[in-house]
Write a protein that binds this ligand. Structure first.
Ligand SMILES: [Zn+2]
Ligand SMILES: [Zn+2]
Length: 116
């Protein structure tokens, strides 16, 4: 008999706080490079930078995949996750088509933006 849980696949999520300072720097640099590449509409560089970011965070993403840090405005969450993971919520999509995401926990607890 299966039991329903809210557990997420651990390979798809980590937290920034758990990374060593060295890996945090690698992650930040890779994400910054990804944003630059997105701005320049350079998909090859973008995908490469995303792979570096995932690697820095100890995550595995498919080619063309993306990782991001939780952009929740409702708490100080530092979750890092594959944007293809289930249960995420898109907070907003930026000019270059990059979406800001809430992690699954935040999306559950305090979805943003709040619909009024
Ligand atoms: Zn979060
Ligand atoms: Zn949150």
């Amino acid at each position: 008999m299966s039991v329903l849980t809210h557990a997420r696949p651990t390979s798809r999520t980590t937290t920034y706080d758990q990374l060593t300072p060295f890996r945090q720097t690698l992650f930040d640099t890779a994400i910054a490079d990804a944003l630059d590449a997105a701005e320049a509409a350079n998909a090859t560089d973008y995908n490469r930078a995303m792979q570096r970011a995932a690697h820095a965070a100890g995550l595995t993403i498919p080619t063309g995949g993306e990782v991001t840090k939780c952009a929740c405005t409702g708490c100080y969450c530092t979750a890092i996750f594959d944007t293809a993971a289930p249960g995420l919520r898109v907070i907003e999509t930026t000019d270059y088509g990059l979406a800001l995401h809430q992690c699954a926990d935040c999306a559950d607890d305090h979805p943003t933006p709040v619909e009024d």
